[in-house]
Structures are given as C-alpha cells and as structure tokens.
Design a protein around this ligand. Structure first.
Ligand SMILES: C[S@@+](CC[C@H](N)C(=O)[O-])C[C@H]1O[C@@H](n2cnc3c(N)ncnc32)[C@H](O)[C@@H]1O
Length: 297
C-alpha cells in the first residue's frame, strides 16, 4: 500500500484528484468539517492553481492582509491561496487540515523509504520513563513506534478528529499495548494537564493548526520545565521536496513561531531526514511563557 500523496506539490497526471481528504475550518476556525467530494480538474487548470499557490508568505503588514475582528489580533486575513485558509499567522498562511480519509497515505508502506521515520525516532533519545505527547498523531504512525521505547512512561496521542481517535484506540487494542492514551484535543487547546509531559513531538502537523499560537501556549503549559518540543516539518527551503508549499515550513519561520511563546531553540538538523527539518526546542526551567502583550509585537 502506498496511497497517493495528498500533500504533493507537483502536477503529475495521477494527482488530478484534488484534496478530497482535507478538513476545512470555518471562518473563525472553530468548527471543522470534511470538504466536499473528489473533484477532477483538467491538468492545465491544476498547474495554474498550484503555481498561484506558491507564494503564500504575505507579511502581516501587507496591504492585502487585514485584521479580522472575530480573530485575536495575532491572526490576520489575507489572500487565500490554493490549499490555504486565508488565515495568516506571523506572515504564514495556515493550510487546511488533512482529513482522516488520508490514513492510508499516512500508513503507506514506503513511508520509511521516503521519510526515514526510524531515524527521527532514534534521534529523540527517549528515556523509558518519559511521557511523550504525539501532537496531531493522525493514525499513530509515530505513536505506535514510540510506545515500546517508553515502557515505564506513555505516549499521549493527541488529535482533533474523532475518527483518528477511534483508529488509535482500535489499533492500540489490536497491538495489545497499554501505554498509549488516545486523547481528543480542541483546535486551540491540547487539553493536556499542566506540567504533565516530558516531550511533545509534532510531525507534519503544526503547519495545519488553525490556532497555532493558542496550541503552542497550551503545549508550553503542558511541558515540564526543561521539557522538549520536537518539530518535524517538510523543508520549505528545498524545492525538490515533493510537497505542496503550504505543508512545508522554513527553519526561520519555525523558530520565529516557537520562540514567540517562550520556547528556546536548541538544535536544527536538516540533513538527518530526506524531506524534513528535525528541530528541537526547550521550555527553559523556571519559564512561565510569554505574555500576550509582548507577543503581539
Ligand atoms: C498530516 S497529519 C500527520 C499525522 C502524523 N503526525 C503523522 O505524521 O503520521 C496531521 C494531523 O494533525 C491533526 N491536527 C490538526 N490540527 C490539530 C490540532 N489543533 N491539535 C491536534 N491535532 C491536530 C490532524 O487532525 C491530522 O490528523
């Protein structure tokens, strides 16, 4: 099973099925619904759309971007590009959420070959007692590979789609595991207890959070002092990575967004994995997180 790639950026003939598995957030980003049925576009139309979508970095001060009174001031409304929400955070357009219909793609048999997740997992250096949250866990591709590494701890698999939670719970039973906790979060709140986790992993998920600021503030609180956030995102700086632009992030943008909530950058490895950056951030001991007023600047 390989599944077709819903995040592919190249207009190849087999990719004319346009994003049937995306979940859309409404204007306020509060409610989620699965987008419509499969649409077929002629090749030329698709190529045109994809090329228009490639410049999604609009600065918050740009004429095109406006404050939306229904959103907190750290978000602005701007040009909605293909696969984007038109909601901007720190100059980045937020992408749509990948729907649960893409589970087959997440679980594809050639994922190791394409993305080398085993290398990423080894580089996490987990302790057997660690409690690690897999934020935006999806089908649990990472969750179920992490669980054996924390036999005296656990993996909390957080997602906002109930279908993903059902899938995670069924798979945990099938595998006979007892240290995986499927956990339904909200778009703007992980719903994790303060100081309850040693680490949080986010693989190809952060860029699609409809409320990245609130999610990171909530995650900051959930981390123990000295706790780590490990962020894996497709490399925006590398045009050869075959993923749609809005599903990629640059190191500079990632650092800006993580540091905005008080996390300290520790390291970036952009060579470990074939397609993704592997970045580590830490909650400094004694840190309380940044206040909103200073975040707005
Ligand atoms: C592209 S999938 C990646 C799944 C998994 N990390 C993997 O690599 O196999 C992104 C997941 O993030 C989830 N997600 C989106 N926004 C979220 C949020 N605010 N909190 C938790 N999960 C979220 C989506 O429901 C989806 O399952």
């Amino acid at each position: 099973m390989t599944g077709s790639n819903p995040l592919h950026g190249n207009a190849k003939p087999q990719l004319f099925l346009v994003a049937p598995w995306l979940v859309k957030a409404d204007r306020t980003g509060q409610n989620l619904h699965v987008s419509g049925t499969m649409s077929r576009f002629p090749a030329i139309f698709l190529i045109l759309i994809l090329s228009l979508s490639s410049s999604a970095q609009v600065k918050p001060g740009d004429k095109e971007n406006k404050a939306d009174p229904s959103w907190p001031s750290h978000y602005s409304k701007g040009r909605k590009t293909f696969d984007g929400t038109g909601k901007y955070y720190m100059g980045r357009e937020i992408s749509y959420v990948m729907g649960h219909q893409a589970i087959r793609w997440l679980e594809r048999s050639n994922r190791e070959e394409e993305e080398a997740p085993s290398k990423a997992i080894a580089a996490l250096n987990l302790k057997p007692t660690d409690v690690i949250a897999d934020i935006g866990a999806g089908s649990g591709y990472y969750t179920f590979r992490l669980a054996p590494l924390v036999p005296k701890g656990k993996v909390v698999a957080v997602d906002i789609q109930p279908e993903m939670i059902d899938f995670l719970e069924r798979k945990e039973k099938q595998l006979g595991l007892t240290n995986v906790e499927a956990h339904l979060g909200e778009v703007d709140d992980t719903k994790l207890k303060p100081g309850s986790i040693n680490a949080a992993l986010m693989v190809d998920a952060y860029h699609e959070f409809s409320h990245p600021r609130e999610m990171m503030e909530s995650l900051f609180k959930a981390l123990k002092p000295g706790g780590r956030i490990i962020l894996l995102e497709y490399r925006a700086e590398d045009p050869t990575v075959p993923i749609k632009p809005l599903h990629k992030m640059s190191v500079a943008q990632s650092r800006k967004e993580m540091e905005a909530v008080g996390l300290k950058w520790k390291s970036t490895d952009s060579k470990l994995l074939p397609w993704q950056h592997f970045m580590i951030f830490e909650k400094p001991a004694g840190a309380k997180g940044k206040k909103r007023e200073s975040l707005e600047k």
